[in-house]
Ligand binder design. Sequence first.
Ligand SMILES: C[S@@+](CC[C@H](N)C(=O)[O-])C[C@H]1O[C@@H](n2cnc3c(N)ncnc32)[C@H](O)[C@@H]1O
Length: 338
Amino acid sequence: MNMRASHLAFEPVDALAALCKASGDPLRLNILRALSNDSFGVLELAQIFAIGQSGISHHLKVLAQAGLVATRREGNAIFYRRALAHNEQPGSHLHAALLDEVDSLQLPSQVQERIAAVHGQRAAASQDFFARTAASFQAQQDLIAGLPQYRDSLLALLDALGFAGTATALEIGPGDGAFLPELARRFSQVTALDNSPAMLELARTRCEREGLGNVELQLADALNDDYPAADCVVLNMVLHHFAAPAEALKRLARQVKSGGSLLITELCSHNQSWARQACGDLWLGFEQDDLARWAVAAGLTPGESLYVGLRNGFQIQLRHFAKPHANSGLRATVTGKQ
Ligand SMILES: C[S@@+](CC[C@H](N)C(=O)[O-])C[C@H]1O[C@@H](n2cnc3c(N)ncnc32)[C@H](O)[C@@H]1O
């Protein structure tokens, strides 16, 4: 018998067996559940599941070898996320069904509490950064990408949407408010919401200086506090400061009025880990497909996108996501690679 041929013949079975073995463990199923729309580092997962680092590393290795989780390097840190089933691979139907089943499970309440604690630690690090660096805000922004570098593209995207003069806008995380004059010119009423008193003060100074009478500033956390919905919700360079960006998109989508738009300006995925310390970034940009997948999961439909390359090597993505009209019966779909 041709040994090579027989070995090849068993490969699909091996892959299927690895998938079954990897998923035949309650802790590993809970890890997959926790990664359903988030990604965590090894230390975060060790904290969430209250086990040692070597224990969690072992389970992650088994899941990775079975193709159930994938890694993404963020500077020096490695983040784990769920791998999606690929149709052409053995076990892909089982893989997809397994993730569906896992998503119907409730994580134990203690695990949920510890995930919230990890998100809290991430959010506190971000807030602390903006409290410390408001005075040097512009210099920090310019280290990577300031508004002048993407303003024209963003306005082109915004103006192409053709909002009526009566429409309202909401800017999350306006920073020093540099984009507010543009929004104030185009919308009847603008709300600008920031959770940093120091940053909001910078925005207030600008609104007063420019006499922006239709802009209301609100000190609030975009993820935890109440604030009004709007026809157009704008986030410029903010998402990478959120502890749980996929969950954040669901929250933000609820603030977009039916038939309205969410506009996101973000960095594309990069590996410049110094941005964490220098700019307080929690995430080193995002994969374009991840943003689209999270938006679809939040009930939005991906629209036009523009990409702006910068001389410093970073790339900016400008994304439009539409909220279907309440009665349109539209269901958003996206073909996502992981
Ligand atoms: C990098 S700055 C971007 C500022 C501005 N949009 C720009 O592009 O220049 C991020 C802003 O988001 C705010 N921010 C971060 N997390 C927030 C949250 N959870 N709720 C509200 N604002 C938040 C920060 O205080 C800061 O003003």
